[in-house]
Design a protein around this ligand. Sequence first.
Ligand SMILES: Cc1cc2nc3c(=O)[nH]c(=O)nc-3n(C[C@H](O)[C@H](O)[C@H](O)COP(=O)(O)OP(=O)(O)OC[C@H]3O[C@@H](n4cnc5c(N)ncnc54)[C@H](O)[C@@H]3O)c2cc1C
Length: 355
Amino acid sequence: MQRYDILVVGAGPAGSSAAREAAKAGCRVLMVEKKMRIGLPVQCAEYIARLLLAESRISSDSVIQGIDSMVTHLPDGGTAVTRSPGYMIDRAAFDRELAASAQDVGAEVLVNTRCVSRSDAGVLLKRGGEKIVVASRVIIGADGARSTVGEWMGSTNEDFITGLQYALPLKEPLENTEVYFRQELFGGYGWLFPKGGVANVGIGVKRRSVAGASESMQMMLDAFANQLESAGRVRNVPVSVTGGSIPVGGPLASVKGDMMLVGDAAGQTDAITGGGVPQAVICGRMAGKAAARAVLEDDTDILMDYEREWQGLYGRALRNALEKRHLLESRWGELESAIKKYWVAFEGHCDARTR
Ligand SMILES: Cc1cc2nc3c(=O)[nH]c(=O)nc-3n(C[C@H](O)[C@H](O)[C@H](O)COP(=O)(O)OP(=O)(O)OC[C@H]3O[C@@H](n4cnc5c(N)ncnc54)[C@H](O)[C@@H]3O)c2cc1C
């Protein structure tokens, strides 16, 4: 049996940020990741706000291009332009850099290692055919939208947007992100996010039934990509295909006993935009610091400081986004007016220029 102070499950932005802070504070940290290679496959449209990049101390190697504004395309053909300074990143490189920065301060990282179950004997990990049991004083579940640690805690995301995305060659370079609302994309939207010579072109949809869902997602994405091709924006020749689940059910209880949740696992994703990288990084740091203090002071009650801290920073905004999601979904039949009321571009109706 191997012993650690802190076991971090998942090496996404939340896990690596938590692992770094905990290791920096002097704890013995193990971070496990089920994928063979950190960050791959990318399951993200890869936009982050400008502030996060400075905050996360990531190098320019992970940045592909700057973004000035977001263009929202309304169902009737109208558009709204909102200032939205940020970056398109290489999300795989971003995740790798964050994981390396945790390793630099002493966190151990095991890839191709799945966290499977927990018993009195410890946490069971599977690495290929090998079984490893580890004991740790705190477990941080940074294992994404469908979290195993969340299941152990009885705190799981129940509401999801399903995303499917192509990388398509762009006809012309672009400095804005673009978001498209369509009646058929229930609860979500289409996006065109430029990355130099290509663009991430995707759709997010709340699935109302499971039967035939993946086929219909594929058909809807093809239809969307074809529309963009007809408009002369892209060539519908996918360079890559990716997808994933985005939790949109709002924030969850994130501490129970010696276990914590962070990032998508804690429902810290914005229920309206689906964005979650900033919260994962910032809350990951908070989780790592609180976990380290709990270990060093031998008091798991300290973990609740984490819950209070992130709720204080993001709780209100996340609950507000959730409320808007519910209203948006309930008024999907009147999409045009609902978007103008609840979509971020129209918040406060002050900084959106419509045309
Ligand atoms: C299609 C799509 C587009 C998106 N676009 C954007 C965007 O443009 N901007 C933005 O801010 N957000 C976006 N998001 C959301 C963003 O990707 C997430 O909010 C973010 O990745 C959350 O980080 P995380 O570390 O919590 O989880 P993740 O990045 O999901 O990391 C969790 C890690 O845990 C690992 N894992 C899971 N289970 C186990 C296990 N049992 N054992 C070991 N490892 C495990 C996974 O392999 C994964 O690497 C998008 C999401 C999707 C699906």
